[in-house]
Design a protein around this ligand. Sequence first.
Ligand SMILES: Nc1nc2c(c(=O)[nH]1)N=C([C@H](O)[C@H](O)COP(=O)(O)OP(=O)(O)OP(=O)(O)O)CN2
Ligand SMILES: [Zn+2]
Length: 131
Amino acid sequence: MTAVQGQHTIAKCFTFEASHRLPDLPEGHKCARLHGHSWTVEVILTADELTGPGFVTDFGDLKPLKHYIDEHLDHRHLNDVLDVPPTSENVAAHLAAWCVAYLEPVIPGRVVAVRVSETRTTWAEYRVVDR
Ligand SMILES: Nc1nc2c(c(=O)[nH]1)N=C([C@H](O)[C@H](O)COP(=O)(O)OP(=O)(O)OP(=O)(O)O)CN2
Ligand SMILES: [Zn+2]
């Protein structure tokens, strides 16, 4: 059978608990108040060729991201961590930049995007420009 042309993509989810408040919102907006979420982070990776038994990246090799999240975001007030308002969009961009700087050099795959959810009904995705 002829192989279908395509691209492998994998993802792994991480969670953390953190508070935030969003500035520059209209008077009375609920998200200007201090509140917290169980956040979800999904890192999405691709590779042109599989390695080992057929991996884009061994899911286990994504542990440095879990360690970063546990150390720097979990049970923190995100306004103290980021130097921009801690929206889902900005948290996703922050984690994408961290993954490109510190995770990519030590894994075979490339980071495609980081998706962040504050709630079960919302997400924001930061897509890394193709390199
Ligand atoms: N584009 C964005 N919009 C909002 C963000 C964000 O980061 N990016 N953040 C918030 C609040 O922090 C909070 O997450 C509220 O979310 P929202 O879905 O508006 O509220 P609920 O979870 O309570 O959902 P309901 O549908 O109102 O029950 C706001 N917007
Ligand atoms: Zn919120």
